[in-house]
Design a protein around this ligand. Sequence first.
Ligand code: A2P
Length: 341
Amino acid sequence: MNKMGLDVAVIGATGAVGEVFMRVAIERNFPVRNLRLLASSRSAGKQIKYGGELLTVRETNEQSLEGVDLVFCSASSEVSRIWGPWCRDREIIMIDDGSAFRMDDDVPLVIPEVNGDDLDTHNWIISIPNCTTTPLVMALDAMRQVSSIKRVIVATYQAVSGTGAAAVEELISQNISLSQGIDVSTPESYPVQIAQNVLPHVDDFDEDGFTKEELKMRNETRKILHHDSLPFAATCVRVPVFYGHSEVVHVEFSSEISLDDLGSALSSQDGLVYDDDQTHYVTPLEAADSDETFVSRLRLDPSVENGVVFWCVSDNLRKGAATNAIQIAESLLERGILSGS
Ligand code: A2P
């Protein structure tokens, strides 16, 4: 850890995103002076390696948070709703991975490559987008430099790690059971078995037959792009993949576009890799452990005027969560909004 640097608390340190957050912080040499690994009381006393050091997990409470410079939270909305206002009252920045505050007017919802300037008007809580929103908006933001976007239709293929560490364990154990000819025991992370299956159901059902995940994608995309009325429909699907979310995206533009122009715009987007070989594509397995968003199979959509369709993949735990959070913190440091005590 750095002698100069920040005192950082990770709420949800034992979870799927918390673990990746620590890995990314080390990889990017994020200036951590002291790291506090926090979780529920169930994990208190557990030891986790950070760099060369063995750190002890503590229960999340006022004592374990006292005096920190920065809080990263990836636990549950209930947990965020307790510690978000607590941080705000003490003027401590909390970067929140959950959906609790994303649509609040005074909470910036940020992908640094797209709308980093929104950080300048923070009110201590900063949200990162849902792990399906981030790669989509990275691509849309690049493409709107060519022509304004009229409509977006998206279908997702989401990995189980987006649900959390327990869902990863459940898919492993269902795969083992099935390979041994044993029936899968009662599913816990999902309404039905996920191994060898595909579920058009991510998060709870909400209004008009859409799920909350689908509405999150729509509302967050509109907020980040500052396009409040963007016509948008999503279908979010859980697939038996461990890491990496994939998306099929149909976009209509308000004027004529060419694949060359869109390809150039995609290639110019920081953090995005565009593959213009129309017979090649990037799979979630290949995207896992990368920070980039990968776009491939871009083609004209002959069923509409000025439309394209493409395939988009990213590591949901990295750019979809932990990496985006660290990039926000780096941007806060650069902007002088955040500094060590
Ligand atoms: P714990 O392991 O002690 O339950 P995931 O997204 O992989 O399911 O991880 C969720 C994370 O949120 C875990 O680190 C979990 O800790 C943490 N968590 C759950 N409940 C609380 C709580 N009440 N306070 C703080 N952290 C919590």
